[in-house]
Design a protein around this ligand. Structure first.
Ligand SMILES: [Zn+2]
Length: 107
């Protein structure tokens, strides 16, 4: 698991490309219907058709937000790596498990 912090005062949106972010198992991509227009090079007639496209999941961090529990594969995504290089986000160490409560010393 990884934790990322947005170091800026702006909201950041990073696309998580399928090849990297879905490599570890569950695919976070969503199918989306897109209308495309084709023009025949022969007749010049335009026709519309609907295709189904896989749209990548994305990670949105609010200004200064610290997000815990992200899959490690997120760190390998192109836009996340670019944001890390630019210093817009930082990797924060996961919190260790809560320590056991201390016992009162008995004299
Ligand atoms: Zn995917």
């Amino acid at each position: 698991m990884a934790s990322l912090r947005n170091r800026t005062r702006r909201m950041l949106v990073m696309n998580l490309e399928h090849e990297v972010s879905c490599a570890s198992g569950a695919c976070g991509c969503k199918p989306m219907r897109v209308v495309v227009t084709d023009q025949s090079p022969v007749t010049g007639v335009r026709a519309q058709r609907v295709i189904e496209k896989q749209v990548c999941a994305s990670l949105t961090l609010l200004p200064r937000e610290l997000r815990r529990g992200l899959p490690d594969s997120v760190l390998g995504c192109r836009e996340v790596k670019a944001a890390l290089r630019a210093g817009r986000v930082e990797v924060v160490a996961e919190l260790p498990p809560a320590p056991a409560p201390k016992k009162e010393a008995t004299p």
